[in-house]
Design a protein around this ligand. Structure first.
Ligand code: F6R
Length: 236
């Protein structure tokens, strides 16, 4: 594991964007696994800058996102599809037909999960997976549990996740209680994993996840077993 501590969110975003840009330049047909939330916003801003300056070309890139809220369509401004369009895809030259987010509106979410895993498999797996980490140690929406789940699957969000994500909604009761998330299988099979986290409040969970025992009670701890993991943390 490569654990990098930096001084500012700006530096974190620059480093993360440079790693992703390098991946895209070295393999313009890369499959990128992407995350939403506040952590990657600065990284995505940098990537947009690189693309608009003509330094990085995303035209042959395919992306697969980690998760989506159940019941929110892509037009809903709280959906993760909407977030990705707004914070990254609309600013770069990626072909939107090659950007995938699991559907939170599928009637059969288990079948949607299976189809999503088949899609990832048919793409040959993920080359680089970008992750944030929840205060309870979740990655994607793989919440603490007594076991790790391999497949893309529907989940009930933890109270702490609902509380943490309420900042994006008008009121806490608006936060969806369910999501669909990529499982640990596709994440762990990614060739490279890059996890970014910032803020004092993430320090404790990072210590548990990367310097404590590997347990499904701290889902991100499974990443200790990944052969190519980079974690970038900034206190601010
Ligand atoms: C988002 C996701 C989540 C977030 C995590 C941290 O697609 O999968 O695991 O990465 O909740 O969120 P932020 O970055 O908002 O602290």
């Amino acid at each position: 594991m490569n654990f990098i501590t930096v001084e500012s969110y700006e530096e974190l975003s620059l480093k993360a964007a440079n790693l992703i840009a390098a991946q895209v330049i070295l393999n313009p047909k890369s499959i990128l696994g992407l995350a939403t939330g506040s952590s990657p916003v600065g990284t995505y801003k940098k990537l947009i800058e690189y693309c608009q300056n003509g330094e990085v070309d995303f035209s042959s890139i395919t992306s697969v996102n980690l998760d989506e809220y159940v019941g929110l369509s892509g037009e809903n401004d709280q959906s993760y599809r909407y977030f990705m369009n707004k914070n990254l895809f609309d600013g770069i030259n990626i072909n939107k037909n090659n950007t995938y987010v699991p559907s939170g509106c599928a009637e059969d979410l288990v079948a949607e999960g299976k189809a999503y895993d088949s899609l990832i498999e048919s793409l040959g797996g993920i080359d680089l997976q970008l992750l944030g980490i929840g205060l309870d140690g979740h990655i994607g929406f793989n919440e603490p549990d007594s076991f790790f789940t391999k497949e893309t699957h529907p989940v009930d969000l933890d109270e702490s996740t609902i509380k943490a994500n309420a900042r994006f909604f008008e009121k806490e009761s608006d936060v969806p209680k369910k999501a669909i998330t990529m499982g640990m299988g596709a994440i762990m099979q990614a060739k490279k994993v890059l996890l970014i986290a910032n803020g004092e409040n993430k320090k404790e969970i990072l210590e548990k996840a990367f310097f404590g025992p590997i347990t499904p009670e701290v889902p991100a701890s499974i990443l200790q077993l990944h052969p190519d993991l980079t974690v970038i943390y900034s206190k601010k």
